[in-house]
Design a protein. Structure first.
Length: 408
């Protein structure tokens, strides 16, 4: 089917065939009614879109069926808001609609349901899905391209939109007739793929039914599942577990002067936990030192640590003072299960003749809940960040609606 514009003598053609009642020239701004195989000039539109538009006659495959763009109506609301509505027709006569606003796309089709929206109800339920009122306004035709099988009026059409992203229920009322459309968000990449085009209008803001990157409820379920899994793992590896004393001994400084003390082997079972080493000695205005190595007998890996034990006291200006302690504690963090032994070298200040021994105690503690709590805090923090961005995303979506659920 092909029509030539009487104003610019340019032709517009499509392969689809149906009874045409309205025609908009794709090359100039002229709009015509079509009766008895004749075009009658009705008006010239002032609005000229700046962004790329899909051409009349462009074909694409949707749900395995080829559709052709047979028409495009650019509509206006609130004097400054413009959007495009493409009409797509298949060879079998099926009709779909593709709406584009600020680079965001919605694929719609007509549904038989009819709804009373005269009272601006805040919610609408369609097939057990609840939708929230987003728009209730009059829409005007700003430009027409291509072929239409109905008469296009210059009078405003009442437009009511309910959303539950990524879905939308759009209702148009003209006089006493109303038409209901069910739509779903479609990405610009999908549109490019359908019509095999490389350039589309630039995307800005948040789309009317553009979905957030994450489904917040599914994300919460995933995070809760992870938390339960972490808790179950912690309980499984630590149920009934208590601290294990792996060494308690007293080492004589003279006996082990420049000599290593090697403990008996001990085996640790369970999840990683700190091995705490306590050392004490009767230092008095002197010092002692403990050098401790933890040796993994399977891998021969060795962890090393040392600490000084210092205690000093005296009188200054008639007042007593003390500094330091006769004991110290240090640990080997996150010691995993396995077979180990300790290598200890005790030493003391040479001038201290009264101090003879150093007491060493090593305990493999109960697994700390610290890692578990850190995991929960981490998961909670990530979810809080996602929730914050989700709320911000929704506030931006609703910022141009008179029915926003968010406080301004």
């Amino acid at each position: 089917m092909e029509l030539t514009c009487p104003k610019c003598n340019q032709s517009t053609a499509i392969e689809s065939s149906f009874e045409v009642k309205s025609f908009g020239c794709s090359h100039c701004n002229s709009f015509f009614s079509y009766n008895n195989s004749k075009l009658k000039f009705e008006k010239a539109y002032d609005y000229a879109p700046k962004d790329t538009i899909l051409k009349i006659g462009t074909k694409g495959i949707i749900d395995g069926e080829t559709y052709e763009i047979v028409g495009l109506i650019i509509k206006r609301a609130h004097a400054i808001d413009y959007w495009r509505e493409y009409t797509l027709m298949s060879k079998s006569g099926k009709v779909k609609y593709l709406s584009e606003t600020d680079g965001h796309w919605i694929l719609l089709e007509e549904v038989p349901e009819s709804y009373d929206v005269s009272r601006k109800y805040k919610k609408l339920t369609h097939k057990e899905i609840s939708y929230n009122l987003y728009e209730y306004t009059d829409a005007f035709v700003a430009r027409v391209y291509g072929f239409y099988e109905f008469e296009i009026s210059n009078r405003p059409v009442k437009m009511v939109e309910y959303i539950n992203p990524p879905f939308i229920i759009s209702i148009e009322e003209f006089y006493k007739d109303d038409t209901t459309y069910l739509g779903k968000h479609i990405s610009s990449n999908e549109v490019k793929k359908i019509f095999n085009v490389s350039q589309l209008p630039y995307k800005s803001g948040v789309g009317l039914v553009q979905p957030f990157l994450f489904n917040i409820y599914n994300t919460l379920l995933v995070f809760v599942s992870f938390a339960i899994l972490i808790l179950a793992t912690y309980i499984f590896f630590n149920i009934g577990r208590t601290e294990k004393n792996v060494l308690y001994t007293s080492l004589n400084f003279e006996e082990f002067k420049n000599k290593e003390f090697i403990s008996s082997s001990f085996e640790l079972k369970g999840s990683p936990a700190p091995l705490i080493v306590s050392a004490s000695s009767d230092v008095n205005n002197s010092w002692a030192n403990a050098q401790v190595s933890l040796v993994n007998e399977t891998t021969n890996e060795e962890e090393y640590a040392q600490k000084d034990i210092e205690y000093y006291s005296g009188y200054t200006d008639g007042e007593s003072w003390t500094e330091g302690s006769t004991s110290t504690t240090f640990n080997f963090c996150g010691v995993a299960q396995g077979k180990y032994h300790l290598v200890i070298i005790p030493s003391k200040q040479d001038t201290d003749t009264s101090n003879q021994n150093m007491n060493i105690k090593a305990v493999w503690n109960e697994s700390s809940v610290w890692n578990f709590m850190l995991s929960l805090v981490f998961l909670g923090g990530i979810f809080a960040i996602i929730f914050y961005f989700k709320k911000n995303f929704e506030q931006r979506r609703w910022e141009n609606s008179d029915f926003t659920p968010y406080e301004e």
